[in-house]
Design a protein around this ligand. Structure first.
Ligand SMILES: Cc1ncc(COP(=O)(O)O)c(C=O)c1O
Length: 422
């Protein structure tokens, strides 16, 4: 069967998958991932030769990493676990970036031994540590400095620039750090990295941060007389989740990037441009399926209590946020007049709410709720140990095939690795 990018909208297929694999269940559509990747690539002029790095943190499934490798992506990791997964997925070290504010000595040793594309260093102390590690091995490690630019990305869902943070080196500290580099013989600065924030939906804001990045990187590279070999412009490309959000204006973005490229191409000749992306590639490619266990009314409000909740899809429950909006969701196989219901998981906490007063067609016990736009920051972003439920299965539909990427967990998984007292 030929899968189209609309295949996830096929409720009959999803209902069949929920029966076959049980619930809770994540389902992904490879065609949507491919479409998003093509869209992202199409935003940049071909002559810029932009390299797309998949941010593993958004969905660290081995099979997804493999799919994106086959599609020509490189990869960005943030831990030894993610590094292990991408090596297993077949990424060569030269295609791997490592970014995280808290890399351990062991993680850095591994990255240096592998000779990955770039360790994106987040502090002077970390650069010194990489230098010592590389020196002890008689190697020279390629690094990029992650800069915390002064430009604040006010439109980002989570801001990671222009404000005080554990990420990167503040722009105003950069000169001092660069001045120390000549004394560190075992690191080689190949360029810079910025990451302004996630879930940015404004084309103008993305263009402003891109221009700021070009200016910043070129100013320091040209000022130090070192060619800018590598520039990681970060990610943060958003997708609309909620009724009040509009999708990125792609044509406007494409035209704006083309115009920027015209202005900067000369100064960026010979520079490898990297873009990182997680959410944009994956969010719309996945759904979370959870079954209604009970339907009840409490003080006039209707509740659908389901078998999977915020322990497996914390993003939908908006854990840790003050303002909540409901993820788009539907009841498989049901249409007709809607009613306001609160969709909860099975946890013994009032925060276990996947959808609050969401308008859904009347659902009965045994019906399956489908939470859309769940491909990024779903299971990986969730407190999966809370209340000791087994992990959901994860299935990929791709090129006509159906692949189990994660088997359903078993009840006893929860005590694996624990040692009894007696
Ligand atoms: C350094 C870095 N790169 C890439 C990403 C992925 O961002 P997104 O999923 O918004 O594309 C993140 C997310 O937090 C990040 O911190």
């Amino acid at each position: 069967m030929e899968l189209t990018v609309d295949s996830l909208l096929d409720e009959v297929r999803l209902a069949g998958l929920s029966e076959k694999y049980g619930t809770p269940l994540y389902v992904y559509d490879g065609a949507v991932i491919r479409r998003q990747l093509e869209t992202l690539r199409s935003l940049f002029p071909a002559e810029a030769g932009v390299e797309v790095y998949y941010s593993m943190k958004c969905n660290p499934l081995l099979g997804i990493a493999q799919l994106l490798r086959r599609e020509g992506c490189r990869v960005e990791v943030a831990s030894a676990g993610e590094l292990a997964a991408v090596l297993e997925a077949g990424y060569p070290p030269a295609d791997i970036l490592f970014t995280s504010p808290g890399k351990t000595a062991e993680e850095l040793e591994w990255a240096v031994d592998l000779g990955i594309c770039s360790i994106n260093a987040e502090s002077l102390e970390e650069i010194r540590r990489i230098d010592r590690i590389a020196a002890a091995r008689g190697r020279v490690a390629d690094i990029a400095i992650r800069v915390n630019p002064n430009l604040e990305q006010k439109t980002a869902g989570i801001r990671m620039s222009g404000v005080s943070s554990q990420f990167g080196i503040d722009e105003e500290e950069l000169s001092g750090v660069l001045a120390e580099l000549p004394r560190l013989q075992s690191v080689r600065l190949i360029g810079f990295h910025v990451y302004f924030g996630t879930q940015i939906l404004s084309a103008d804001a993305l263009l402003a941060q891109l221009e700021d990045t070009f200016e910043l990187a070129l100013r320091y590279a040209e000022g130090s007389g070192t060619p800018l070999q590598f520039l990681d412009i970060g990610g943060g490309w958003g997708v609309p989740y909620f009724a009040h959000e509009a999708a990125l204006e792609l044509d406007r973005l494409r035209a704006g990037i083309a115009e920027l490229w015209l202005r900067y191409a000369g100064r960026l000749r010979g520079t490898r441009i990297a873009v990182e992306s997680g959410r944009f590639l994956l969010a719309e490619a996945g759904v979370f399926l959870t079954k209604v266990l009970y339907r009840k009314v409490s003080k006039g409000s209707t509740y659908l209590v389901c078998d999977g909740g915020s322990n497996q899809h914390a993003s939908s429950a908006f854990l840790g946020r003050y303002i909540r909006h409901n993820f788009p969701m539907r009841v498989l196989g049901r249409s007709g007049p809607s009613e306001p219901v609160t969709v909860t998981g099975p946890l013994c906490t009032a925060t276990d709410v996947l959808g609050q007063k969401v308008e859904l067609p009347a659902a009965a016990v045994g019906d399956v709720i489908c939470v859309d736009k769940s491909g990024a920051y779903g299971l990986t972003h969730s407190p999966v140990l809370f209340l000791s439920h087994a992990l959901p299965a994860e299935v990929l539909l791709h090129d006509g095939g159906e692949y189990v990427l994660r088997e359903r967990g078993r009840v006893h998984d929860v005590i694996r690795g624990q040692l009894p007292l007696d």
